[in-house]
Write a protein of this length. Sequence first.
Lengths: 250, 344
Amino acid sequence: MTAALETIALEKRFGGLVATDKVSLTLEQGARHALIGPNGAGKTTFVNLLTGVLPANGGKILLGGQDVTGKNQIQRARLGMGRTFQINQLFGDMTPVESLGLAVSERMGGGADFWRRIGTRSDIMAEITGLIQRFRLTEVMDHPTRLLPYGKQRLLEIALALASKPRVLLLDEPAAGVPEAERGELLETLAELPRDVSILLIEHDMDLVFAFAERITVLVNGALFASGSVAEIMADPRVQAVYLGSSEHA
Amino acid sequence: MTYTTLSPAGSAAPPETERRASRDLMRRVRWKPAEIVFWLVAAASFFLLPDRHLLLSEIVILGLFALSLDLIIGYAGVVSLGHGAFFGLGAYAAGLTSIHLTGEPLTGLAIGGLAAGLLGLLTGPLLLLRASDLTRLMVTLGIAMLLLEAANRAAWLTGGADGLQGVMIDPLFGRFEFDLFGTTAYAYCLVVTFVTFLIARRVVSSPYGLSLRAIRDNALRARSMGIPVGPRILGIYAFSALIAGLAGALLTQTTMFVSLDVLAFHRSADVLLVLVLGGVGYLYGGLVGALVFKLLQDWFSAITPEYWMFWMGLVLLVVVLIGRDRIDAAPRALLRRIRGEGRA
């Protein structure tokens, strides 16, 4: 079976700085894969390369076996590359229902329809309400997004990505900044994400990584440092030295 | 690929959830009582102010022009300082149609609109190259200047600085003569504006309209959702240009004259001012703004014929500095205070 997402010697340089140093990573179908690394390891650059925000200087990106290296952000999204953002990127003036309705109708190819009234397709409505419930947004579904509590905005951030039914979902620090009281809800939702979407989790928070991921890749200074199952990575003394155990040594 | 867990059947939402969701989506589609009142008042003005039809026609044309600008500023977040280019092109196209082709008004109107829409379609891609507001202001301003100079130079076609002479418009439907008092003209402008408004309203409350608002709100996210940002903006830009062209054509047909003035910079500036006075992003802003603008202009120039621009500038400053939302909230707050005191 072809991997959901694969990078081959992916490279990005900013002048003399090598931000992504020939990274080859394979995301299996249905994976729960975490990408970790100390600050400045190049995690965000890597996400930007995958989604097409930044062009790569070398290497290849295969999405479901198809070479998407030369495709732009919009084309990659249409081919099934979904992402969430570390800092919420939502539609502040729209309600969750509208935002999700937009994502669903875009996916179904009805986004350019300028004559149909919104809210008149029952298949789209059913999917919106399904997402609203799954992401625990029922109470706030018709409030303007910018007025939502932060935890709910975070949930909407993920719901919006999932509404496009991506094949690959890149979660960029989904729990960042979520207050303790709203955290449980978010973690439960993450655990319930459908198994047919392959997920790459970019995260700082090791508790979340261990709870969610089955495989872990460690990035240090832009290069692949270690990759393996959660147990292997936890047991790897090199990883502990550079990353996990750095505080214990102090 | 199967998303079993996401399928509608797997997550039967309670009917209450479904109802709330659909009510939320329909909220922008449904007609509000104030809207119906607005159009009834507009229709009534035709019968109640028979000696003001000329001024009212001017207001409606300016309102339609401002409505077209609202579509790109208010709904797609694209600013323009050269929307007059489309207005002027529509005006010239309608004038030339009447001279060289036919005096039938609806044909001239359609040609005026289509010519401007085509120009919008051709120049729109320039706005997408660099999506900063400043670039867009300069690109639109530049196009308007080019067009003005071109019309000035092409005197053999446009009459140059003398204006286009000999515009004759046939009676509407072969029956209603365009009279000196502007009665036919006002009815014509009002109906064209109303029909255009209905189409624009339908477009902005469609899934396409929703995607435009999303792009305005957050283009980064829209792109990451796979929304083709460029073509969507281009579509509304051409549509907006078409409507501006219709407004220009109406001006030509109701005044039976076209001069370089239709392409002058002040057209683009005035329409922006009108839209700011009326408020962006709800389609009525242009129409309300045009009414306020023309009434203020009338009033100020009656009080101080030389300094009316000063007072206009002052009003503009006050509106912008106080902020639209606070002005909009004022009548309600006042009403609440009156009621509150009445009870006390």
